[in-house]
Write a protein that binds this ligand. Structure first.
Ligand code: SF4
Length: 510
């Protein structure tokens, strides 16, 4: 029997109700959106309170490959609308294995409250840890794992989220005892945690694959079919596992040593030596190599166990470099595009710094560019690092930067030259994309390729599937049929391949 758990942070009350599967729109992302709609009136998440929902996909917590994604949703704090984050890590598998279809947290803003929700075999507890106030992400994870076990999976926020910066992301831990330890989602949403006075949610249970399944034998057969489909695809089973998402970077990169070169004075100022690596980074790398040889830590190649792609850090074994990919790859690309910087070590440093404060590094880089242009200041690597410092100090400039490019553009409304620099969510850019799908289900000829793709994206998020598997699923005539068979094996309900897309289309309103 599946359930929804409710945590009321204002009344310190925890309750639960049974959850019954109805259709594909009632799980994962669909369930999160419905719960927020039911528990809030259309408004911002400020004032009378916010609502946060953590929902694993329908197939998370089963042996179906690459289904460990978690949807985290909540009301935006300053404007109407929702944050919808799709995060990695074993959290969703553990939550689904406890029979939880959604965890719902409600409450109102409470300055400095650092609540932590702990989910364990015996139930759910609520704690307040004043010591975690303004703690960076790495220290927060160490503190909580020290308390409840090294295998605990955690989602939460750094100081940026606590202070309601729109630039704040949500961190999620990768598999325990591995490096990198965590990642911060690009989907923002950290301010939702802050608006509730919630620092983190921890699940310390062991099982990853114990979710209820109606027909385990059939689920196993179709899971193997899906695995084969994914690993036989040239991108999902070839380029991504062979080289990781850094492949894309290597294809795009046109290295220019002159642009990457920093003056000796600059390097000395930032503590960077001739190879562009700080002494601290060099020592960390050495320690990691020793610990990996001793097998006390391992390299995380997957966000969560059961992913048959495994696109993280594929390049790390040969070079000894460990990236928090795919984010660092994206940061390298952003630095090159916006500032002409081709400096891997700088990109790594700024990513890690942003991660520790709980920021989205890409949007941080974009905001720096806009602020430099607005102020007419020339950019330099040291100026970007200085801006990171301003955000960490929560100075006026730092807060302005933390309001993202949209907030900065509003501050400089009299400068129309800044408007083109405002970052836009990808769905707003979607109509300009050229999309040609090689295959579509019969009876769906009336749907445009773009709508088909968006509907599939939503359906796969409802199922907990990683979007990197989409290449294989959408390019095969068998892909959606296998998903249909898996849904039936999991729930006992028949949802045809065509209905998967039709239901996704219905959810495409948010
Ligand atoms: S494909 Fe990559 S990003 Fe997706 S779940 Fe697997 S390891 Fe994570």
């Amino acid at each position: 029997m599946s359930k929804i758990i409710y945590v009321d942070l204002d009344r310190f009350k925890i309750s639960e109700e049974a959850f019954v599967f109805k259709n594909l729109s009632s799980v994962g992302r669909g369930l999160a959106v419905q719960l927020i709609g039911a528990l809030t009136v259309p408004k911002t998440g400020r004032g009378r309170g916010n609502c946060l929902v953590l929902a694993p996909g329908l197939l998370s917590g089963t042996k179906v490959p690459s289904t460990g994604r978690l949807v985290i949703a909540g009301l935006k704090v300053r404007e109407r609308g929702l944050h919808l984050a799709n995060t990695a890590g074993p959290f969703a598998q553990k939550l689904a294995s406890q029979g939880v279809s959604a965890l719902v947290v409600t409450g109102s803003y409470s300055p400095g409250r650092t609540a932590v929700i702990h989910i364990r075999e015996e139930g759910v507890d609520l704690h307040i840890f004043p010591v975690l106030k303004d703690k960076p992400v790495g220290e927060t994870i160490s503190f909580l794992r020290e308390k409840w076990g090294k295998d605990s999976a955690i989602v939460g926020v750094g100081p940026a989220g606590e202070h309601l910066l729109p630039l704040a992301g949500i961190f999620s831990t990768y598999p325990a005892r591995g490096i990198p330890v965590f990642s911060v989602s690009r989907d923002k949403g950290g301010e939702v945690f802050g608006s509730l006075g919630l620092k983190a949610v921890v699940i310390s249970t062991k099982p990853h694959f114990s979710a209820d399944v109606q027909d385990p034998d059939r689920l196993s057969i179709y899971s193997k079919q899906l695995s084969r489909l994914i690993v036989q695809h040239p991108v999902c089973g070839g380029a991504l596992p062979a080289y990781g998402s850094i492949t894309l970077m290597k294809m795009l990169q046109e290295y220019n040593p002159e642009e990457a070169f920093q003056s000796k004075a600059q390097r000395e100022k930032t503590g960077v030596n001739i190879d562009g690596v700080t002494v601290k980074e060099r020592e960390e790398k050495k320690e990691q190599r020793v610990n990996r040889a001793k097998k006390t830590i391992r390299l995380n190649r997957n966000c969560a166990s059961g992913c048959v792609v495994g696109c993280l850090n594929r390049h790390a074994a040969n070079t000894g470099e460990v990236l928090s990919s795919p984010m660092e790859n994206e940061v390298i690309a952003a630095c090159r595009e916006m500032f002409g910087i081709n400096d891997l070590h700088f990109a790594r440093r700024i990513t890690r710094r942003c991660f520790e404060f709980g920021l989205d590094p890409i949007e941080f880089i974009a905001s720096c560019k806009m602020l430099f242009q607005a102020e007419g200041t020339p950019w330099q690597l040291s100026a970007i690092e200085h801006m990171a410092e301003e955000v960490e100090r929560l100075s006026l400039r730092g807060r302005a930067l933390g309001s993202m490019t949209a907030g900065l553009a509003a501050l400089f409304a009299d400068d129309p030259a800044l408007q083109p620099l405002v970052t836009r969510p990808s769905e707003k850019e979607a109509p300009a994309f050229v999309i040609r799908l090689p295959y579509r289900e019969e009876g769906l000829e009336d749907i445009s390729d773009l709508d088909y793709l968006s509907a599939y994206t939503i359906a796969s998020t409802n199922l907990g599937l990683c979007l990197f598997t989409s290449f294989a699923l959408l390019e095969s005539p068998q892909g959606l049929q296998i998903l249909s068979n898996l849904i039936e094996a999991k729930t006992g309900e028949k949802i045809s391949a065509r209905e998967i897309i039709r239901e996704g289309l219905q959810c495409n309103w948010i």
